[in-house]
Unconditional design. Sequence first.
Length: 109
Amino acid sequence: MEMSKMDFGELDQLDKQVNQKEELQKEDERVRRSVLNRFKELEEKEMKLDKKKKKTGPKPKLKNSKLESFNLEKDLVEAMERLCEKHNISKSKFAREVLRRALEEHEEL
């Protein structure tokens, strides 16, 4: 189409289409920015949580210790894990304390 043959109605229509496309692009950009900002906020929160988490490092070796393994029923292990989680102690420490008490009761220690 030549400019001389276009009427103002067609120009207005084309202008509206261009404006609509520009608005859609701006809206897409706003949404992308919003999503990126949310991701950044989540990453920052995760980083803060990671810093607060207790760092686990090498555990000190017990003096006069010996490594042994035992087969236990699944329900006993699950109960031990729940108690350890509840009291925030290691499974090894819990097992040592329970075994020590049981042996003291039977006067074996």
